[in-house]
Design a binder for this molecule. Structure first.
Ligand SMILES: Nc1nc2c(ncn2[C@@H]2O[C@H](COP(=O)(O)OP(=O)(O)OP(=O)(O)O)[C@@H](O)[C@H]2O)c(=O)[nH]1
Ligand SMILES: [Mg+2]
Length: 447
């Protein structure tokens, strides 16, 4: 290897062989050694390519691989057949032949044919960034929904690449059949994969429907969702604010499932706070699409709490990535509380200035030391106070003081009398709504 990787620590105890996809088998011999390849295109600074490679190394570490080298190339445009130029392919092949690397991890996402051509030329397995992220999702998925979502994303990714799998198999079998029976089998496989995709989509729809029912049960309570770049400290913050015990680890994508906890914002003022999957640069689209069920919490929340790792030197780029993903989800207009987390690790006082100048007011916090917790609660509360929710109320006419209070606090849209009851359709601030819920005034149709 021409370049030694020193910053990335060798594999961890929890080493899991890299599986692309169950049927494809492990990608190496257990002790995964990998070479990283990053291409800077026009508009990418040297620094941004390096940062992205650092992140790829982190992803590799999370997946249980040990990085033994890095290759970089600058190009004005992508080489159609192999992404990197011919010369670079040769140099890489020569370096690989001399090393014990079993895996090439590409930071850029490859078209199916590019992956195939590179594997042929390098005689080494090639995995791109999307595939690596999918792999990590697969090993971290715990709940049924997360597992189905990951499998769906993997199959969507694999479908246009099935031919590559067949190339592998035919090589294993001593170069038998590139066309003929192979081609027919490929068609059969494509059909099977499509059938499985349909099945997974249907199963996820069913699960989403039952979750909707559960969510309706807590509609009277305000909801907030933690969003942010992966490893920003979302789960740690949920634990701090709610006293929960959600898994929080120094690895990427440690959370894949949604956990919701009640957080008290003050006397009788609860909010349901949800922790969910983190975002990353170049997040595979198939993943965003198939994680819609999990991300429904984000889309439907009254408020977002955007957690930023302020100690990361690319905090700004990470914030922009989160904005992009929120946009893709249609959740970018929601009121948001910005939290600059991990402040205990920030040495440069100008960082906070810079970030707030660019992105607006923020709470400076440390989920580890507890700094900023009260301020975050206060900010969430303030943002929710300004919000109204439309609801149907059913109040005994005898409780005229309560009816008067609803008129005072909310905005009544419609009023009807039914026997000895007053039926109101009203836009209420969330604390008032909470009160009505406790008193049993929320009509069945709004519950
Ligand atoms: N120094 C410091 N470390 C923190 C702070 N908040 C979180 N961490 C650490 O950062 C790592 C990631 O924290 P998590 O809470 O798992 O982050 P996350 O955003 O939930 O990450 P994913 O679920 O993987 O997307 C853990 O090792 C935490 O202990 C903080 O304020 N200061
Ligand atoms: Mg987490």
């Amino acid at each position: 290897m021409t370049e030694r990787e020193s910053r990335v620590s060798p594999g961890r105890d929890k080493k899991t062989p890299l599986y692309l996809h169950e049927e494809r088998g492990p990608l190496g011999d257990g002790a995964e050694t990998a070479v990283l390849v990053g291409v800077g295109l026009a508009g990418d600074s040297v620094r941004s390519v390096e940062r992205s490679l650092d992140e790829l190394a982190e992803l590799a570490r999370t997946a249980g691989a040990r990085v033994v080298g890095r290759f970089r190339q600058r190009r004005t445009r992508i080489e159609g057949s192999t992404y990197i130029g011919k010369g670079k392919v040769q140099a890489l092949a020569a370096a690989l032949a001399e090393s014990d690397a079993r895996l090439v991890l590409f930071d850029n996402n490859l078209a199916p044919a590019q992956g195939r051509n590179l594997e042929k030329a390098l005689r080494t397995k090639v995995i791109d960034r999307s595939e690596l992220i999918l792999h990590i999702f697969a090993i971290h998925a715990r709940t049924e929904t997360a597992k189905l979502q990951v499998e769906l994303a993997q199959l969507e990714y694999t479908l246009p690449r099935l031919r590559r799998l067949w190339d592998h198999l035919s090589r294993l079998g001593g170069g038998i059949g590139t066309r003929g029976p192979g081609e027919t089998q490929l068609e059969v496989d494509r059909r099977r994969v499509r059938e499985r995709i349909d099945f997974l989509k249907k199963s996820l729809k069913k699960l989403a429907a039952s979750r909707d029912v559960q969510r309706k049960g807590r509609r009277a309570c305000a909801t907030a969702a933690l969003v942010g770049y992966t490893n920003a400290g979302k789960s740690t913050l949920l634990n701090l604010l709610s006293g929960a015990n959600v898994k929080a680890e120094d690895e990427l994508f440690s959370t894949l499932d949604t956990t919701s906890r009640v957080v008290e914002l003050g006397r009788d003022y609860p909010v349901v706070l949800s922790d969910t999957v983190g975002f990353i640069r170049k997040l595979p689209h198939a993943l965003v699409a198939s994680f819609r069920a999990t991300l429904a919490e984000v889309v439907e929340a009254d408020l977002l709490v955007h957690v930023v790792d302020a100690s990361n030197e690319d905090a700004e780029g990470q914030i922009l990535t989160v904005h992009e993903v929120l946009e893709e989800l249609g959740a970018s207009d929601k009121p948001t509380v910005l939290v600059l987390n991990k402040i205990d690790r920030v040495r440069d006082p100008l960082v906070v200035n810079h970030l707030t100048r660019r992105f607006g007011p923020a709470v400076v916090a440390s989920a580890r030391t507890g700094r900023g917790a009260d301020e975050i609660r206060a900010e969430i509360r303030e943002a929710l106070v300004a919000m109204r929710r439309e609801v149907a109320l059913d109040i005994p006419a005898a409780e005229s003081a309560e009816v008067a209070r609803v008129y005072r606090e909310g905005e009544v849209i419609e009023r009807r009398f039914e026997g000895d009851r007053v039926l109101l359709r009203v836009r209420l601030p969330i604390p008032s709504l909470e009160r009505c819920r406790r008193k049993g005034f929320v009509a069945a149709s709004s519950r």
